[in-house]
Ligand binder design. Structure first.
Ligand SMILES: [Zn+2]
Length: 304
């Protein structure tokens, strides 16, 4: 007796009727929950894998709903790398349909990296899932990716570990470069106000004070109470600029910016990379783009 939910079985029957192999002829069949994790997994796994990403570039990882192609890919996969700490509410459906040999690895929950709590909204007090926004958090993800891949494909372990070491060196260098670039922003201007609490780890890493209207994008966005609370905070703090993110409705931050007479900047990329021809085409480009937005909005010294 198949223990999976009837809707999963129905979806599988429908989808397998017209599609055969999702991954093609490769031995390493991996799923990433969203584009940032896809980028990090590729850095470790190299070219000898087939990777499918559940949430495409530009879409909000929080609010996704599984599609038939997602379901088919998960059926064929060996490993699903996801973030965890509640970033992907739709993972409960993946867990419900998972076959016995499918490994589900929550990178944030297994990373050797100190979590921060969410400070506002319906999920206040829960661990903030956006650890990848600090390159040190991303490096901790890379270690979990290398360990998981090595356990599954021990014949490739040396290559995975060598690539992971290189990726962590690159992330360390990126961290230094971002830090140097941000030095131009005066301490008094280091107020980073966004719609969602996606920049908490970035703020901790680079010494910004941060605040957000809501905690996570899958809660009620911009309730009257949350808007009032942020409005009061803006009156008290008068930041140089407000920022919106690429996957959130623009209207809430725009209304607050107009109300208090502060410029609105963005988008910042947090919950997705951009398309390959956009400014956040990979993980380092995403952080560099965000840093330039902050530099422009918060009065950093001009580049030579
Ligand atoms: Zn988010």
């Amino acid at each position: 007796m198949d223990k999976r939910a009837p809707w999963v079985i129905t979806l599988l029957l429908v989808t397998t009727a017209y599609t055969t192999q999702v991954f093609g002829n490769t031995s390493l069949k991996i799923i990433a929950s969203f584009t940032v994790i896809e980028d990090l997994v590729k850095r470790v796994a190299g070219n000898n894998i087939s990777i499918k990403t559940v949430v495409p570039a530009g879409e909000d990882v929080h609010r996704w709903e599984l599609t038939p192609p997602n379901v088919l890919a998960i059926e064929e996969a060996d490993i699903v790398f996801f973030n965890g700490h509640g970033l992907e509410p739709w993972m409960r459906h993946v867990e419900a349909m998972a076959h016995d040999s499918l490994t589900l690895t929550a990178l944030a929950e297994n990373a050797d990296y100190k979590p921060l709590p969410i400070l506002t909204g319906q999920y206040k007090g829960n661990p903030n899932p956006h650890m990848w926004m600090d390159p040190k958090g991303a490096a901790a993800y890379v270690e979990v990716i290398a360990k998981t891949l090595s356990e599954h494909y021990p014949e490739h372990a040396a290559a995975f570990n060598a690539r992971a070491t290189g990726a962590i060196e690159d992330l360390t260098l990126l961290d230094q470069q971002l830090s140097e670039r941000l030095e131009g922003i005066p301490q008094t201007n280091r107020l980073l106000f966004t719609s969602e609490a996606g920049m908490s780890y970035f703020a901790r890493a680079y010494d910004f004070e941060e605040a957000s209207i809501w905690g996570l994008n899958h809660e009620t966005l911009g309730s009257a109470q949350a808007m009032e609370s942020m409005s009061q905070r803006l009156v008290d703090n008068r930041p140089q600029a407000l920022f919106y993110e690429s996957t959130v409705p623009f209207i809430h931050m725009d209304a607050l910016a107009r109300e208090v007479g502060v410029p609105l900047k963005g988008p910042l990329y947090v919950d997705t990379l951009s398309a390959t021809d956009g400014p956040a085409y990979n993980y380092p480009a995403m952080l560099r783009h965000n840093v330039e937005q902050l530099h422009e909005g918060l009065g950093g010294a001009r580049a030579e």
